[in-house]
Ligand binder design. Structure first.
Ligand SMILES: [Zn+2]
Ligand SMILES: [Zn+2]
Length: 108
């Protein structure tokens, strides 16, 4: 990660979608309220999340850049990664923003 978060910056918080997909996981605007200073999670922050229905506070949100998670390189169903699989028993997961994490706003 090239940028370091600081208090007062606006970032995106990824809301949790419902497992059935009735509500998709979406990006919400959030303001950094604190740096938790956790040595194991240097990019963990506290956020004030601005939802259209209201605001909520979350004190330990981890960064996730949305990149694909690489699985076992010897996975026997490697060619199914991405099509049709969205995740695999070997640990591979398609690129997506994970619910409950933050990232820098996408450039549009
Ligand atoms: Zn976003
Ligand atoms: Zn796999």
């Amino acid at each position: 990660m090239s940028q370091v978060p600081s208090v007062g910056r606006i970032v995106h918080y990824v809301s949790y979608g419902t497992p059935g997909g009735e509500y998709p996981s979406v990006c919400r605007a959030a303001i950094v309220t604190e740096l938790t200073g956790d040595p194991d999670h240097p990019d963990q922050v506290g956020l004030a999340v601005l939802n259209p229905e209201g605001m909520f506070f979350n004190r330990a949100v981890n960064y996730h850049d949305g990149a694909e998670t690489s699985g076992d390189p010897d996975c026997p169903s490697k060619e199914s990664h991405g099509a049709p699989f969205r995740y695999c028993g070997c640990g591979w997961m398609e690129a997506s923003h994970r619910g409950g994490t933050w990232h820098w706003p996408e450039r549009v």
